[in-house]
Design a protein around this ligand. Structure first.
Ligand SMILES: Nc1ncnc2c1ncn2[C@@H]1O[C@H](COP(=O)(O)OP(=O)(O)OP(=O)(O)O)[C@@H](O)[C@H]1O
Ligand SMILES: [Mg+2]
Length: 248
């Protein structure tokens, strides 16, 4: 029996989908069976980051409506045998949201880790993901606006009864914090009141690999790719010290 991890944020565009793609790919490469679920109804893009944009016809809307079985809607990601994707529908009647939890209960029996990549904000997607998740990850950058919204997302996951809530600080640029031009990691922990699960440096290879539709860890083992690997190792219970991020 695996676990379901909801990945949310308050503010949009902070890196949830990049982190789900990166960490899920690392865990699959480490031998775990991983399902990445895109829960961004109407605006899915996890398929692009996993290099699967032309190969996915069915989505979880088809499963929740009872039009197909879960196993038939899931697709394998390229060369990584252990990594599978379940797409978000472009539209879904809200009356089906309650069935998401049951679908994920079934998924948990088939996978070691199920990641649910939420839409930004505190709305429907976060609620649906939280209903199925034993653990949540809130992603933020070190912008004040993003941090305040991350704190709201942490509160919301807590309100929905998600037991463990971790924080990932993405796009870290130490020079700004060192010059007191942005909050630092300690501020992020204070504001969000969540436990720090990892930090990811600003790394243009995240953008490039997304545009090439090629998972970043297939070509890199430092920068953001190393950060994703460290986070994956923490998720399986290893102690991994925080990475040192060079000034940039
Ligand atoms: N560590 C990083 N370094 C540089 N760019 C990054 C990093 N992480 C994410 N990005 C870039 O930031 C943008 C937003 O990332 P992403 O789509 O993963 O965010 P998101 O939180 O899922 O967005 P949304 O709220 O729209 O779902 C993308 O262009 C992505 O390539
Ligand atoms: Mg996203």
């Amino acid at each position: 029996m695996g676990e379901t991890i909801a990945v949310g944020s308050g503010k949009g565009g902070v890196g949830k989908t990049s982190i789900v793609a990166g960490v899920a790919t690392c865990l699959a490469a480490m031998g775990y069976k991983v399902l990445a679920v895109d829960a961004d109804i109407g605006l899915r893009n996890l398929d692009i980051l996993l290099g699967m944009s032309d190969t996915t016809a069915l989505d979880f809307g088809d499963v929740l409506r009872g039009d197909t079985e879960l196993e038939k809607a899931i697709v394998r990601c390229g060369d990584l045998e252990n990594l599978h994707l379940l797409n978000a529908p472009y539209t879904l009647e809200e009356s089906y949201d309650a069935a998401f939890e049951g679908m994920m209960e079934r998924a948990k029996k088939l996978y070691d880790f199920c990641f649910v990549d939420c839409a930004a904000g505190l709305g429907r997607s976060l609620k649906m993901a939280a209903s199925a998740a034993g653990r949540a990850i809130v992603v933020t950058t070190l912008d004040k606006t993003s941090l305040r919204d991350a704190a709201r997302a942490v509160e919301r996951f807590d309100f929905y009864g998600v037991g463990e809530i971790g924080l990932i600080v993405n796009r870290v640029r130490p020079r700004l914090a060192a010059r007191a031009q942005s909050p630092n990691i300690d501020d992020a922990i204070d504001v969000s009141r969540a436990q720090l699960l990892g930090i990811v440096p600003e790394d243009e290879r995240v953008i490039i690999s997304a545009n090439l539709e090629r998972p970043i860890i297939l070509d890199n083992c430092n920068g953001a790719a190393l950060a994703y690997y460290n986070i994956a190792r923490r998720l399986i219970g290893e102690f991994v010290p925080l990475m040192r991020i060079k000034n940039q």
